[in-house]
Design a protein around this ligand. Structure first.
Ligand code: PHE
Length: 342
């Protein structure tokens, strides 16, 4: 009788150890504790075939076994449930302490950043950022800027035209802002306009068929060359260096009178003379002048009452000087090793 109980106990321990998951658990539980067919109930039934004096001890031992089986099974079930929950949590949860995926972030192109910096300087002086189209008519790019038909600047060799009649073209400069701004705003006008311009130039270290310009226009009563000089000087000192000197040389542009070429003191040798400034101490940086009376009139501004100054400059050229870049193509080839340096 004792042997029987011991066999049952051993067998139960073995079954218990074989439980891996909910399915094997259910099978073992069924085998031992099923109401009619479970091993516990089945063994109890043997009581009837036993000698009367053995029955109490056997019954008691079987009861103890049943309690033990029930307890062990309940404990096992708790363990299984806990493990299942932990597995579920591990599967679903996010480990916030893990390092993130390094995402390559984009950033502004150096030319565009410089453009924004230039615009900001003029915004701080009361100028308004004024956008002009890249695809222009010959009227806005040439005619209204005092470059009538057959003017040499309109040469098809310099300009990208869209059609035979040469009416649509890619703007060759940002001076179109003079016409657009004066047509849309009444004086006083203070506008800064920057963006891409196009010329049929080669693509080499110092040329590109597409580059960037910024033009500035101020039209009001009593505007003089002094206003042009003062504004320019302040701008050049801010964009290059507070000690930057500048000088104006007479220059010709059809849409200004008088016109000037503006030089800055060489930012590499501070005027002493070096390779960059070709030993002159000066670097040519932009074109400027007083808006031509014809241009004022064509855009509907009374030239007997108003005058204005205008100037235009290559942004890429400023970038090349400011950042010491040797080749303009670097700005447009989008080599990240180059762009990341800014
Ligand atoms: N548009 C001229 C250029 O492209 C620059 C300029 C602008 C000159 C305004 C005078 C006044 O070179």
């Amino acid at each position: 009788m004792i042997d029987q109980i011991r066999d049952l106990t051993d067998q139960f321990e073995k079954d218990l150890a074989s439980v891996r998951d909910m399915d094997t658990y259910a099978a073992v539980r069924n085998k031992w504790l099923a109401r009619e067919t479970g091993l516990i109930t089945a063994s109890m039934k043997r009581l009837r075939d036993m000698p009367r004096e053995d029955r109490p001890a056997f019954g008691q031992a079987m009861n103890e076994l049943r309690v033990r089986v029930e307890e062990r099974m309940a404990k096992l079930l708790d363990g299984l449930k806990l493990a299942a929950r932990e597995q579920e949590i591990a599967r679903k949860s996010v480990d916030v302490t893990r390092p993130g995926f390094p995402y390559p972030l984009g950033w502004e192109h150096p030319i565009r950043r410089l453009q924004a910096e230039i615009e900001q300087i003029f915004v701080s002086m009361g100028f308004r950022v004024f956008d002009c189209p890249e695809v222009e008519t010959e009227y806005y790019n040439f005619e209204a800027l005092n470059m009538p038909r057959r003017h040499p600047a309109r040469d098809a060799q310099d300009t990208f035209y869209f059609d035979e009649a040469a009416l649509r073209l890619l703007r060759t400069h940002c001076s179109t802002v003079q016409v657009h701004a004066m047509e849309t705003m009444k004086p006083p006008v203070r506008a800064v306009s920057a963006g891409r311009v196009y010329r049929r130039d080669p693509f080499d270290a110092t040329h590109s068929p597409m580059f960037f310009q910024v033009d500035v226009l101020a039209v009001d009563e009593g505007i003089t060359m002094g206003d042009l000089k003062g504004t320019l000087e302040m701008f050049l000192k801010r964009i290059f260096h507070p000690d930057t000197q500048m000088r104006l040389r007479p220059g010709y542009f059809p849409f200004v009178e008088p016109g000037a070429e503006v030089d800055i003191s060489c930012i590499f040798c501070f005027g002493k003379g070096c390779r960059i400034c070709k030993q002159t101490g000066w670097i040519e940086i932009l074109g400027a002048g007083m808006v031509h009376p014809k241009v004022l009139r064509m855009s509907g501004v009374d030239d007997s009452r108003y005058s204005g100054f205008a100037w235009g400059m290559g942004i890429d050229r400023v970038a090349i000087l400011k950042y010491g870049v040797e080749d303009i193509r670097l700005f447009f080839e989008n080599d990240l090793r180059f762009l990341r340096q800014f």
